[in-house]
Design a protein around this ligand. Structure first.
Ligand code: PAF
Length: 287
């Protein structure tokens, strides 16, 4: 089906045959699930997996279950040829390209329902999102059965949701976090940055600066409520609208009582610029 240079599999049996041969040689397997439209952030996740494991599989699948009607499922950038070239250069060992018949065969009737770190934040604007992500990630992890799977901190809530999923369902995989890769002005790399107009692109880097200023104020001892309010107002001034700006517990995303920060936290935000929704986050540590 695909005329690609890099070894690839489109069925579970072809995927497993390749992985079985690695396992027979005693090799460990790392996994990087993606929706394609790959950028340096994804390739850094592949590097991280390569540093931990003998062989690396990357998947490319735009998962319809994590898009609501009216979201950008149809418009989501698709570039399998370019992606596989990038994966070849990153020395990825196998690209898994499942079709929707493989992921959601006729009669598919299971959805994983997440609470805990999935509550609030992204779920307020996208209530379908984490159940869709958890269902496809559980399937992909079962299909690949890697030792290690790598997820970017750019989607920090997603990372914690997947850690929870792996723990709750005893998936037997180590979930490793990859640091966010940024443009020079701080904008986190994202496949959806392609939607930004030139003018919006100029403004987009401000989000990371606001989050970093918030983290610095928290480290300086400013109250959580005050630091959050300042960041919220800066986002309102800098963007077309603000979905949320929150300071949460770094490991559970639970809300924190107001006052001076006394535990590792994460500042998380989602804002809108034209038709693009930007999300980003930043660590905040008590001084
Ligand atoms: O972060 C993504 O690209 C997606 O949510 C993932 C983890 C590949 C699941 O579709």
């Amino acid at each position: 089906m695909h005329n690609l240079q890099i070894p690839h599999a489109t069925t579970i049996s072809a995927l497993r045959a390749r992985i079985r041969s690695w396992r027979a040689d005693g090799l460990s397997v790392g996994f990087v699930p993606t929706m394609g439209a790959l950028h340096q952030g994804h390739l850094a996740l592949v590097q991280l997996a390569k540093a931990q494991c003998d062989r690396v599989v990357a998947s490319i699948y735009v998962n319809p279950a994590q898009f609501a009607p009216g979201e950008d499922f149809e418009a989501y950038p698709r570039s399998v040829i370019e992606d596989s070239q990038k994966l070849t250069e990153a020395r990825c060992d196998l690209v898994y390209l499942p079709t929707t018949e493989v992921i959601y065969p006729e009669g598919f009737a299971t959805t994983i329902s997440m609470t805990g770190p999935a509550a609030g934040l992204e779920s307020a604007a996208r209530p379908h999102f984490f159940n869709g992500v958890a269902t496809v990630v559980a399937k992909l992890l079962n299909q690949v059965r890697p030792d290690v799977a790598v997820f970017g901190e750019k989607d920090y809530q997603q990372l914690l949701v997947i850690r929870q999923l792996a723990r709750d369902l005893d998936l037997g995989v180590d979930i490793i976090a990859g640091e966010t890769v940024r443009e020079r002005d701080g904008l986190a790399l994202s496949s959806r940055n392609a939607y930004l107009s030139a003018d919006d692109r100029q403004r987009a880097g401000r989000l990371n600066q606001i989050l970093k200023q918030c983290a610095a104020a928290l480290a300086d001892g400013q109250s959580i409520a005050q630091a959050r309010q300042t960041a919220f107002e800066a986002c309102l001034a800098g963007f077309d609208s603000v979905d949320y700006v929150e300071v949460r517990c770094a490991t559970s995303l639970a809300e924190l009582a107001d006052g001076r920060l006394d535990t590792p936290a994460r500042v998380l935000a989602a804002v809108r610029l034209g038709k693009t929704r930007l999300i980003d986050n930043c660590a905040a540590t008590p001084s």
